[in-house]
Ligand binder design. Structure first.
Ligand code: AMP
Length: 218
């Protein structure tokens, strides 16, 4: 089974993707993480992508699609869970073509839906540990103890694109570019909408149930 997980920045789709990976053994491929790896390694792609990322804009489709094609075609066997891709209609069409070439298909698209005002709060208050990549919230979930036992909160930082004005730009971009993708997956009956707010355990339960149900009905 191959899945896409969609949601605005701050929707918690990354956390839900990790639960899905643990529960069902998917290979988790997050386009934002791939870009950040390139940026850290200062590859040519990373340097180009970094200019867009820093201002909350989407990286151009040609660069994004080439990077994902490379990653997806190296994936064998296990089901893939695409996180943060596709974000534009051009990417969605390219993904259909990529999967068809591989004799595979996307079986479901999970959409983690969260109101914008909740997203702005979550992101502009988010602090991330540079060592373990674990996200915290300044007030709702402050650092107390390192969940992987590696540090004492000395590596917390705010992602440059989590500054409030960049968050707002990312949300405008998100709605403009990604709404048609959500409509498209709705039309071809792959879309499953999961409410992404309220107690996190409930969001996780709804996400896992939705995928379990879709697996059983295949
Ligand atoms: P994320 O970690 O998913 O919030 O992504 C961080 C940044 O990477 C985004 O703000 C974009 O600049 C870039 N990015 C990630 N995925 C995509 C995509 N599918 N298309 C274009 N840009 C992307």
């Amino acid at each position: 089974m191959n899945l896409v997980i969609l949601g605005a920045p701050g929707s918690g789709k990354g956390t839900q993707a990790e639960h899905l990976q643990r529960e069902f053994g998917f290979t988790h491929v997050a386009s934002g993480d791939l870009f950040r790896q390139h940026l850290e390694q200062k590859t040519a792609l990373g340097v180009r992508a970094g200019e867009y990322m820093a201002r909350g804009a989407l990286v151009p489709d040609a660069i994004t699609i080439a990077m994902l094609r490379d990653r997806v075609t190296r994936e064998t066997g296990r089901g893939i869970l695409l996180d943060g891709f596709p974000r534009t209609m051009e990417q969605a069409i390219a993904l259909d073509a990529m999967m068809a070439e591989l004799g595979r298909a996307i079986d479901a698209v999970l959409y983690v839906e969260v109101p914008d005002e909740v997203l702005v709060d979550r992101l502009s208050q988010r602090l991330i540990c540079r060592e373990c990549q674990v996200p915290f919230h300044r007030t709702a979930n402050p650092f107390r103890v390192c969940p992987v036992g590696r540090c004492n909160g000395e590596h917390l930082y705010q992602r440059p694109d989590d500054a409030p004005e960049t968050v707002r730009a990312r949300l405008v971009t998100y709605h403009r570019q990604t709404a048609p993708v959500i409509d498209y997956y709705g039309l071809i009956k792959l879309l499953i909408t999961v409410p992404g707010y309220g107690p996190i355990e409930e969001v996780t339960r709804a996400t896992l149930d939705a995928v379990r149900h879709r697996k059983e009905s295949r």
